[in-house]
Design a protein around this ligand. Structure first.
Ligand SMILES: Cc1cc2nc3c(=O)[nH]c(=O)nc-3n(C[C@H](O)[C@H](O)[C@H](O)COP(=O)(O)OP(=O)(O)OC[C@H]3O[C@@H](n4cnc5c(N)ncnc54)[C@H](O)[C@@H]3O)c2cc1C
Length: 364
């Protein structure tokens, strides 16, 4: 058995590290010049999205031998709708950095990988399939899965993000659910440190947003955050992504090809969180390759999370600012802190079951 991994990102490197623990050295092919050679951005692992796993960083190290240092743990989340604010406190998850930085998650994973990474790779999937007995597709989007007719695309999303300088509390993330700022989408502020943060907005490319352009929304959002934080927040770096596909593979494995990370569909439709599922999918594909599990079976809970998350995304598209105000208002109080940290209750699963009868999904 010889294994090729296409893509040295979260899922590809998690797969390589797990294979190496079983004594297998895969060949890793990365099209860029270095790991994380893309825009820098702040991301988060929020435990409300990974129920029942309350501490993703501990799980990665204790259960899978993958060691990641986040930028910070998140102790406070400030949620803003048009007219309301809720503050959730407690151990809510972690923030981390992605991209070209030396402590980005992908850079940390690379330091734990022993296998050789071939950079500037131009190998196609077809070439890898003819040269290797097994191929792990970890290229970070659904393009290959789609061309192989294995991908159900549910929608696309446009995102604009920047790095800003200022004064931030590294334990606090902020989110805006205000459709005047980001219609049917959201905004996030995730600090990298006390002095730098990532500020982004994302909107779904749905018919209701046909005449909305992310760059036009940006200026209003940026001004709003500057006045809310009473800071100038100069921009030092930026990126924009348009029509990024969100969807999921019909089969996580076809023949000896494994679809992992976003190639499978790790990015959750509701708020775009995908790091947790990307890393786990890489580990699970490796387990299958080592004879330690069945990839399709292992992926079932992650697929279910994706489907639940899709229901919430569709529900979000039917809300208005008044509805969002009511939701944010209801999250004020101790009960919301408890809900966000509950070991027993999975609020997103419950919400998706309650909402499912009212939502029309593509696959139903
Ligand atoms: C703007 C943005 C913000 C996000 N925020 C969050 C967040 O806050 N929390 C969260 O949990 N998730 C977030 N996500 C989702 C998360 O980043 C992804 O789900 C996760 O990175 C997917 O991992 P992956 O291994 O599939 O892809 P990646 O980690 O992107 O790795 C893919 C790798 O494949 C390489 N590659 C591409 N094509 C080829 C090819 N043809 N040959 C060889 N190599 C190739 C790429 O260069 C890259 O190195 C966000 C995503 C985006 C875009």
């Amino acid at each position: 058995m010889n294994i090729a991994i296409m893509g040295a990102g979260l899922s590809g490197l998690a797969c390589a590290i797990t294979l190496e623990k079983a004594g297998i050295r895969p060949a890793i092919f990365e099209k860029r010049s270095q790991v994380g050679d893309r825009f820098v951005n702040g991301e988060a692992l929020l435990s409300i999205f990974t129920h029942p796993d309350r501490d993703n960083i501990a799980t990665f190290s204790d259960q899978y031998g993958i060691y990641l240092s986040p930028t910070s743990h998140i102790q406070r989340m400030e949620l803003f709708s048009k007219n309301k604010k809720a503050v959730i406190e407690g151990h809510l998850g972690f923030s981390n950095i992605r991209g070209r930085e030396q402590d980005s998650f992908e850079a940390q994973l690379e330091r734990q990988t022993k296998s050789t990474i071939k950079f500037h790779s131009e190998e196609t999937y077809e070439q890898l399939l003819s040269d290797y007995t097994h191929v792990v597709l970890a290229a970070g989007d659904g393009a290959y899965s789609k061309s192989m007719k294995n991908f159900r695309e549910d929608f696309t999303v446009s995102i604009k993000g920047v790095t800003i300088s200022g004064k931030f509390d590294r334990y606090t993330v902020m989110s805006w659910l205000d459709y005047d700022l980001a219609p049917f989408g959201y905004g996030f502020l995730i600090p990298y440190s006390e002095k730098e943060a990532n500020l982004s907005i994302a909107i779904p490319d749905i018919p209701k947003n046909a005449h909305v352009h992310i760059s036009d929304l940006w200026d209003v959002f940026y001004q709003k955050v500057r006045s809310q934080l009473v800071q100038n927040l100069p921009i030092t770096d930026q990126f924009q992504i348009t029509q990024y596909p969100i969807g999921i593979c019909n089969s996580p494995r076809i023949g000896n090809t494994y679809f992992v990370g976003n190639c499978y569909g790790s990015m959750m439709p509701f708020m775009g969180f995908g790091q947790y599922a990307a890393i786990l999918s890489g580990v699970y594909a490796a387990y299958d390759l080592c004879g330690m599990g069945n990839y399709e079976e292992l992926m079932k809970p992650l697929r279910q999370s994706y489907e639940n998350s899709l229901v919430l995304r569709k529900a979000m598209e039917q809300l208005s600012n008044e509805g969002l105000d009511r939701i944010i208002h209801s999250l004020q109080g101790d009960w919301a802190d408890k809900l966000f940290q509950s070991h027993r209750i999975n609020p997103l699963k419950i919400a998706s079951y309650l909402l499912r009868p009212y939502i029309k999904l593509k696959n139903e």
